[in-house]
Write a protein that binds this ligand. Structure first.
Ligand code: SAH
Length: 261
């Protein structure tokens, strides 16, 4: 691939025997980094999960072997331990191995676990950051993560349910002047909203949920902690979805530019 930055000393081509943990961004292929685009075009083998969109898979070397690692809710095609070892095995076959993940590999992506196994086995690796869902959704939904008048802090949490509840620091989350971003939270949305109110946020506190951010299927539902669960249910949203709680949600009416209708 010819370099897009001819005068810039780049990190060079993908090296055989190396594993590249690459962030694919939130969906829109133009949100790939130049590094990601180059590395996926040079891959010998691609290990990808369900969050990676088709237009991005279309950018991968057409001759690369493709291995699907799953990761839909409750359906992990390959258990994480086996996946970590698979990367080691492929690298030892002297391949350019690309582990492609939605968003950013080090944000709720288990990238740290994969790299630990690579390190333990002496496999060279590189991590290519990606635009995490929160950043992509903020930009494309018109909801800034921070704003001088509304939020001086922003927290990212996982809303994954374990035994029907979320093990989160509720007093820390139920604070004013902060934005809370919940990944993997759709199935726990009512629990989440109820807990935030129980820990002190007002029921009319703004909240939004965004489906498939940055893609043509993006849809945003806005409401309050009291109304969002029912509104989201009625809208029959499709995964992946990101939840945003905080006063920055009010800015959407003025700042939205991408979504039609
Ligand atoms: N590493 C990824 C997150 C993986 S966890 C990242 O940095 O973005 C998977 C969760 O990410 C989904 O359940 C959803 O909450 C969120 N997500 C990923 N892509 C998204 C998108 N395009 N729109 C909305 N949410 C998204």
């Amino acid at each position: 691939m010819t370099t897009l930055l001819p005068d810039f000393p780049t990190r060079g081509s993908a090296v055989p025997g190396t594993v590249y943990l690459v962030g694919a961004g939130p969906g829109d292929p133009e949100l790939l980094t130049l590094r990601a685009l180059r590395i996926i075009a040079e891959a010998d083998v691609l290990v990808y999960d369900n969050l990676v969109s088709q237009p991005i898979l279309d950018q991968v070397n057409p001759h690369a072997e493709r291995l699907y690692a799953g990761k839909e809710r409750g359906n992990h095609a390959v258990p994480q331990d086996d996946l970590n070892l698979l990367l080691v095995k492929l690298a030892r076959q002297n391949k350019r191995v690309v582990r492609l993940k939605g968003g950013d590999p080090y944000t709720f992506g288990r990238g740290g676990e994969e790299v630990e196994t690579l390190k333990e086995n002496g496999i060279p690796f590189e991590v290519v950051p990606g635009i995490t869902a929160a950043a992509g959704v903020a930009a494309f939904a018109g909801i800034p993560l921070t704003h001088r008048n509304y939020a001086q802090a922003c927290v990212f949490v996982t809303g994954h349910l374990k035994d029907g509840s979320m093990n989160l620091d509720w007093p820390g989350l139920a604070r004013r002047r902060q934005t809370v971003i919940i990944y993997m939270g759709l199935h726990g949305l009512s629990h989440l909203c109820a807990q935030l109110v129980a820990h002190g946020l007002p029921p009319d506190w703004p909240a939004a949920i965004v489906q498939q951010g940055t893609t043509p299927e993006q849809r945003t539902v806005t409401g309050t902690l009291a109304t969002l669960p029912a509104l989201a249910e009625a809208a029959q949203l499709k995964a992946p979805t990101l939840i945003i709680v905080g006063e920055v949600v009010r800015l959407k009416d003025r700042l939205a530019w991408f979504e039609k209708g």
